[in-house]
Structure formats: structure tokens, C-alpha cells
Design a binder for this molecule. Sequence first.
Ligand SMILES: CCCCCCCC/C=C\CCCCCCCC(=O)N[C@@H](CCCCN)C(=O)O
Ligand SMILES: [Zn+2]
Ligand SMILES: [Zn+2]
Length: 488
Amino acid sequence: MKRRSAALEILNLKELSVHRGLWENQWLLSSVISHLYTPLTGAIRIPTVSFSPENVNATALAEFGEYIRTVFPTVFKTSFIRHEVIGEYSHLLTVRGSDPSLQPYMLMAHSDVVPAPDEGWEVPPFSGLERDGFIHGRGTLDNKNSLMAILQALELLLNRNYIPRRSFFIALGHDEEVSGQNGAQKISALLQARDIKLAFIVDEGNFILDGFIPHLKKPFAMIAVSEKGSINLRLEVNMTPGHSSAPPKETSIGILAAAVSRLEQTPMPNMFGSGPLKMTLQELAHEFSFPANIILSNLWLFGPLVSRLMERNYITNALVRTTTALTMFNAGVKVNVIPPVAQAIINIRIHPAQTVQEVLDLVKNIVADNRVQFHVLTAFDPLPVSPSDHQALGYQLLRQTIQSIFPEVSTVVPGICIGNTDSRHYTNLTTSIYRFNPLYLHPQSFRSIHGINEKISVPAYETQVKFIFEFIQNADADQEPAPHQHEL
Ligand SMILES: CCCCCCCC/C=C\CCCCCCCC(=O)N[C@@H](CCCCN)C(=O)O
Ligand SMILES: [Zn+2]
Ligand SMILES: [Zn+2]
């Protein structure tokens, strides 16, 4: 209740500023955004945690739906915007542009977050507290920042009487962290039934990366043109239970522990050389000084060296191979009972050059114990590679907007997303899916995503709003960027 009244207090501030017409005044507007209030803080306070497709926080998701309607009143009352609630808590906005000859595009984000127990956090994860110039909490990077920034940018454009030329959709899923089956999948099916084809999609994913590659001092923007496949695999061992005072030579726990340990100790093959990574490194080569620039420009010769260097670091390792993470382990009911069943879950991320079937075969060969049973819980292959050439509208619009909003970032490269996104449910609507957050990411902040102390700086969030504000206008321009409003 305390949390809710704090959120309402903030809302009142927003309402005050609207009534006084502050949105018309640039200086006061930025002061409202910077110093008094960002709608993101209220969004973080609503604990929209997903545990599984069957276990989402319905109360929080419903409250979140009310919250966005309240803080973005113009978006939800504009006559050329249609709002639909899908799968109970996801939102689809259809923004009808003035020029029906232009193919529509789609912006995406999600409102649910992974769990965040209080332990280890400097600031409680659902407090949305602003401290030292940062908004703290679960969802500040993944992915309420994008959701709120999209709506805030649109609200600002509408308040300035902007009418988009190109139609676009905004798809806000509520169960991305647990599959997207009730949100993104349903939105995708609905749009397919309406015969919609999209020019491109922009979703969460990669970032402007800073400090991930040794000797590369300058940040670079990596737009993910694909994402890894995935398998959630349950391993199970069943043995005869009994009295722990006379234990058998092997127990279900021991057998399973040995099997998962073999998996952890045996990396999947290094697939360097296939998939978008080669393209990433070649386009990055000129950012390095001698001799790294020569090495990266001649991967035909230095590929083995580069691939060995990449596998030394746990993040770049994820780019060169399929990874296997042991994420759950359950067995035993009492201290003196030999347990009948032991179960473990392995979360596998599939390199673009492999398939679900190939990886399952490798896993079974590594485990090599027929007492271990395998149950595939969920699985999908790596996603197709979207175009990144000069004709690729979505990619080029992102590049153009990155160069305008982040002039210090001189290199924009295509790459792969090691995580999964809701955008994978939309391959029926477009072949051009781009996963990019207009934010700087450092290794430390990377660890905070699904980890502890997730936070976003207030200026970074404002820049994200500005990025989308400009992106929407760029998508309306003809080939050459037309003059438009840069300032919020
Ligand atoms: C040479 C370049 C070096 C690059 C280093 C790469 C750095 C990685 C940068 C960003 C990756 C962040 C990934 C963020 C996306 C996260 C989205 C997410 O959490 N998705 C979930 C979906 C779960 C779906 C249920 N099955 C996930 O992937 O677990
Ligand atoms: Zn996410
Ligand atoms: Zn996530």
C-alpha cells in the first residue's frame, strides 16, 4: 500500500505539470523529466514478476496496465491510435499513419521482469528509488526502460501535434521472461490474421557496448540481427529409495551430479567462423590499432587465434559456441532417506551454426549414461539473420538515429543477441528483426541484468526517450532525413 501511494504521489506531480502546460515549454519540460519525475520510477515499483507461464503476478500486471494509461493519457486517447489488450495483460497499440502507402513497422518491449530477492541489492529492487542520478531496480535495463521510453516518446510527439506518416505498432508483452506464449505469440497471431506485413521490428537486445573487448577503448553499437536458439532440458535419474544407514554404491544424486558436471566441464564445439560474428569482427576491425586491426581484417588466417582469445572470456565465449548453464537442481526429501529421484535443468543457448537436434545429440554423448533420462521442456533453433545492407530500412534507420543521438559512437555493427527476445515470435510478419537498446552497457551493468543492482542513469533513460522520439520521425522521412525536432 505504501508503494502504491508513493506512485500516486508521483502521478500527481505529472498531472500538475500537464495542467500547468509545462509540456509546451522545453526548459520546464526537461526540468520535469530530469529533476522531479520520470514515469519509469513508478513502473519499477510495480512488481510484475514472472516465475513461469502459469505463475505471473496478475495483480501487478493489471496495475501496470492502469499505470501506463494514467501516465501517458494522450497516447491512450488519441483518435488515430487503437489500443487493444491481448492475453489479458499485453498491450498492442496501432498508430495509424497519414500515408497508407508506407509499410508499417513495430516497436517492442515487455513489462514483466525476472524475480529479484532483496539480498545483495544496495537499494530494494522494487523501490524505484532515485539515488546519485540513477533509478534503481529490477526492470530498469530489462526492459521497463524501453517500454516506458517508447510510450513517453510517443506522448511527447503527440503533445506537439505530431502526426506520423508511417503507421506503426507498439507491442508490449507481459510474459517475455517466461516464453511470450500469452503475449507476443497472441499478438503475432492476431496481426497475421489481419494480413499485416511489417517493414521491420525493433526490440530489446544488444546495446552500445563499452569495455567488453580488451584494447578496444571506444564504444561501439551492436545491433543484433539474429539471436541464439535455446533448449531447456530436464535431466532425471530414478533409483531405488532406501535407508541412508546402508547406502548403495551410487545414488540418484551422485549419478546426476556426475552427469551435469561432465556437461559443465565439456564445452560445446567452438563454432567461430560461422554466423554473424565474422561480419561483426570484420566491421569492427578498423576500430583497433595495429596489429589487432590487421588480425581482424584477415580472419581467414588469424581466425583460430581470435577464436581462442574469445573463448577465454565468459561473455565473448558465449558468441563462439553453444553454452550450457546448470540452473536448477532438485533431489531429496529427508536427511536419512536415499532419494528416489534427482532432477536438474540445463539452460542451453544454441550457436547460430547449430540446431536443436545437433545439440541434443552432443549433450547425450557427453552425458553418456543411460540411467539419465532427458526431457526437452522447450526448444527452438537460432533465429534467421536479418539484413544489414544499405537497403535494409530498419537497420539503416537505427544506424542513422544512433549517429545522430550518440555522435561519439563511430561504429555500428551487426551482431548476435546471446539472450532471447519476444521478437522471435514475429518471424511470420517480417524478415527484418533488430534487437537494440539505445543505451551504453558495461560489463558491470551486463551482470546486473537478471542479477543484482540493476539500475539506469537518469540521463541514459532520457536519451533513450530522445532516441525513440527521433527514430519515429526518421521512419517518416523520405530517403534523406527531413528536418525535424531534435529537442524534447
Ligand atoms: C565482439 C562483441 C562482444 C560483445 C559482447 C556481448 C555483450 C552482450 C550484450 C548484451 C546482451 C544482453 C542480452 C539482453 C537480452 C535479454 C533478454 C532476456 O532476458 N531474455 C530472456 C528470455 C527468456 C525466454 C524464456 N525462454 C532470456 O534470454 O533468458
Ligand atoms: Zn528482456
Ligand atoms: Zn530478461
